[in-house]
Ligand binder design. Structure first.
Ligand code: AN7
Length: 371
């Protein structure tokens, strides 16, 4: 940190704001993620104020979940738990597995079979969790988990667990500390709706403590095929390329709706095509490789600007990039053109190279975004 003190995770940094057992935290020194200005992206989507990206993919297991998991696992240890359980579209599973490993607890994770990104599955397995692949979606897996914790002595670490939200609030604290104010709008992807609920709790707590003068408007973004909060009813068969937010019955739905309403914000749904375009723009214009769900916040912002829901002429906007691109390498391989293969000979190399160097159009074609 700038003042020379050492960063030791979000509980250490924000303990007075967090309702959590006063024991040594189980931590991987999560948090303290960059808030990056994104002027090229702002220009491309027609925003003339200040756009910042909160790059949560740089947390220890590659997603924002680590903020909540340090709190949930710390509390589980304080309460004497031996095992933890969650249902997950992938990131919660990886995070729970890592923090459980660090605490010496057993981790059980239920995932929708065949519907989680490769990097998340690989990580949960590597951290030593027991992974059960459920032949169903996230919502069905969560229903099984909720039933299990009523019968067996296992601690639930989904965002139904209030300590998860305690920890996840710290992202809102950091944004305010980094900006030295609250943003005008916060754009955030919504799946099970824990994160948007936690951000709102965090902004309100900081406001009450006199750390910020105003509160942001929240823009919650869902995928069109998995947009229960936008539609106003559960979705039985959620579908989206952004598997992290492929959720039809968000457990924190009512709180999320209330947060958006209280903030004077909006909920929007975006198509998979819009998500993929935003995903490419983040990488190609700003050097930020994120997983598709994270790009939903930018796709939603772009739409909100185009529809005049958010003023495009001025203001400070923060978009949350929730997970790292390496979580889902398959999406890049499936949607982008593969590398050109050449033989290891000078002539073959030259034949491939010259048209690329001579034809600037060929280069700009790699950026099919309106400027
Ligand atoms: C990258 O891991 O639900 O609205 O089980 O992984 O708090 O659910 C993940 C959610 C956004 C949505 N971006 O957050 C899980 C899980 C990424 C995510 C969300 C998730 P919530």
């Amino acid at each position: 940190m700038a003042d020379g003190s050492i960063w030791r995770g979000v509980i250490h940094a924000y303990r007075p704001f967090l309702q959590i057992a006063p024991i040594d935290p189980v931590t991987l020194y999560e948090g303290n993620t960059p808030l990056l200005p994104a002027p090229r992206l702002a220009q491309a989507i027609g925003f003339h104020g200040s756009l910042y990206l909160k790059y949560e993919g740089l947390n220890p297991t590659g997603s924002f979940k680590d903020r909540g998991m340090t709190a949930a696992i710390t509390q589980a240890v304080a309460e004497g738990a031996q095992a933890v359980i969650c249902a997950s579209t992938g990131n919660t599973a990886a995070s729970a597995a890592a923090y459980a490993a660090r605490a010496g607890l057993q981790a059980l994770v239920l995932i929708p079979a065949g519907k989680i990104a490769l990097g998340k599955l690989a990580a949960a397995m590597a951290y030593g969790a027991t992974v059960l692949a459920v032949e169903g979606n996230f919502d069905e897996a969560l229903a099984l988990v909720r039933r299990a914790v009523e019968v067996y002595p296992i601690a639930l670490v989904n965002s139904l667990n209030p300590y998860r939200l305690e920890g996840q609030q710290t992202a809102a604290f950091e944004i305010c500390d980094q900006l030295r104010r609250a943003p005008d709008w916060l754009c955030i992807p919504v799946g099970n709706a824990g994160n948007i609920t936690a951000y709102w709790k965090g902004f309100r707590a900081y406001h009450q403590a006199g750390r910020i003068d105003g509160l942001p408007h929240l823009l919650g973004v869902q995928a069109e095929g998995a947009a229960p909060l936008v539609l106003g009813h559960p979705v039985d068969h959620p579908e989206t390329i952004a598997t992290a937010i492929r959720i039809g019955r968000p457990a924190r739905g009512p709180e999320a709706l209330q947060a958006v309403r209280e903030s004077g914000g909006r909920l929007l749904a975006v198509s998979d095509a819009e998500i993929l375009e935003a995903w490419r723009m983040l990488a190609a214009l700003e050097g930020l490789f994120v997983e598709p769900a994270s790009a939903a916040s930018i796709a939603g912002l772009r739409r909100a600007l185009a529809q005049g829901l958010i003023p495009s002429s001025e203001g400070t906007i923060v978009a949350v990039l929730t997970g790292h691109g390496l979580k889902d390498p398959e999406i890049a391989l499936r949607t982008l053109s593969p590398p050109i293969t050449i033989s290891a000979e000078w002539d073959a190399f030259r034949r491939a190279l010259e048209p690329i160097l001579e034809n600037p159009l060929a280069r700009s074609e790699r950026l099919p975004f309106p400027s």
